[in-house]
Design a protein around this ligand. Structure first.
Ligand code: KIV
Length: 283
C-alpha cells in the first residue's frame, strides 16, 4: 500500500474531529491524477460516467464492464485517495450472490477500496452480504439517479416531514446493515445535518447542504466542462468548457492561416544534410 494512502479509519476519524471529508468523481487516468495530487480524500468513479463521459441520457446504461474499465484507469492515476467504484444498475438489485461477486470485481480487478450502491432498507440484505465479504460499502440516499423514472425526475427528495422521517429510517437501516459511508443527494440541508449527527458513519453530501460530514461533486460539473448544467447546488469552480472551446477555435484559425506550426514547433535538418539530400534528387 502507498505510504500516505487514505484509509477508512482515517476518514471515520475525520468525522469524529469534525473535519470535512473531500470527495470528487474521476473517470480516467489524467483526471484521477489531478484529483489525487490536489489532496482530495476520496475519489468516486461514479456511474455519472454514463452522462458526463459517455453521452447517455441517464446512468442506467452503463455496465459492469464500462465501470471496471474506467475504475482501472482511475486506479492507475491515483496514489493516495480512497477509491470508490459505483455499482451500476442491475449489478446488485437482482441477486445477492451476483451483487457480492460484482462488488468483489471492483476490488480484485479494478483496485477500488469500496463500492457504492443506491437505496435504503430494501438494500439492507445486499449491503450486509457485501460488507461481510470484507468490502466497505458506501450507501446512497435521497435522489438516487438509477431510479429517476420511479422518482419522477431529478428532484429534491424528502421535503415533507414524512419523507424526511423515511430518509432517517433508511439511513439508520443501512448503517445498521454495514455501510461505512453514506451519500445524501439533493435533500434539504437541515434534514441531512440532523441525520448526519444521528449516524456514526460519515455522510457525504451533494446538494445536501453544509451539515454533512463531507462533500462530493462531479468533476465535469465543478470544472464547468458542460457549462449549461448548472443546478442550484452546484458551484462551478472553473470554466473549462468555455476555455476549451476558445482554445480549439484558436487552433483551427492558426492552422488555416498557417500560423501554426511555427518555426519553433518544427524539427530542423542541418544545411549540409539538406544540400546532400537535394543533390540526390538531381541525380
Ligand atoms: O455517479 C455519481 O457521480 C454519483 C455522485 C453524484 C454522488 O453518484
Amino acid at each position: 500500500m502507498e505510504k500516505n494512502k487514505i484509509t477508512l479509519p482515517y476518514l471515520h476519524e475525520k468525522k469524529s474531529r469534525g473535519v470535512p471529508i473531500t470527495m470528487l468523481t474521476a473517470y480516467d487516468y489524467p483526471g484521477a491524477k489531478q484529483v489525487d495530487l490536489a489532496g482530495i480524500d476520496m475519489i468516486l468513479v461514479g456511474d455519472s460516467l454514463a452522462m458526463v463521459v459517455l453521452g447517455y441520457d441517464s446512468t442506467v446504461h452503463v455496465t459492469m464492464e464500462d465501470m471496471l474499465h474506467h475504475c482501472k484507469a482511475v486506479n492507475r492515476g491515483a496514489r493516495r485517495a480512497f477509491l470508490v467504484g459505483d455499482m451500476p444498475f442491475l449489478s446488485y438489485q437482482a441477486d445477492v450472490r451476483d451483487a457480492v461477486y460484482n462488488a468483489g470485481r471492483f476490488i480484485q480487478e479494478a483496485g477500488m477500496d469500496a463500492v457504492k450502491l443506491e437505496g435504503g432498507k430494501e438494500r439492507a440484505t445486499v449491503i450486509r452480504a457485501i460488507s461481510e465479504a470484507g468490502i466497505p460499502v458506501v450507501g446512497h440516499l435521497g435522489l438516487t439517479p438509477q431510479s429517476h423514472t420511479k422518482l419522477g425526475g431529478y428532484k429534491v427528495q424528502s421535503k415533507t416531514a414524512e419523507g424526511a422521517n423515511l430518509l432517517l429510517e433508511n439511513a439508520l437501516a443501512i448503517e445498521q446493515a454495514g455501510c461505512s459511508f453514506l451519500v445524501f443527494e439533493m435533500v434539504p440541508a437541515r434534514i441531512a445535518e440532523y441525520i448526519s449527527k444521528k449516524l456514526t458513519i460519515p455522510t457525504i453530501g451533494i446538494g445536501a447542504g453544509n451539515g454533512c460530514d463531507g462533500q462530493v461533486l462531479v468533476y465535469h460539473d465543478m470544472l464547468g466542462i458542460n457549462s449549461e448544467f448548472n443546478p442550484k447546488f452546484l458551484k462551478q469552480f472553473a470554466s473549462l468548457g468555455k476555455d476549451a472551446s476558445a482554445a480549439i477555435k484558436d487552433y483551427s484559425v492558426a492552422v488555416e492561416s498557417r500560423a501554426y506550426p511555427a518555426v519553433e514547433h518544427s524539427f530542423m535538418i542541418n544545411e549540409e544534410e539538406y544540400a546532400a539530400f537535394m543533390a540526390m534528387q538531381d541525380e
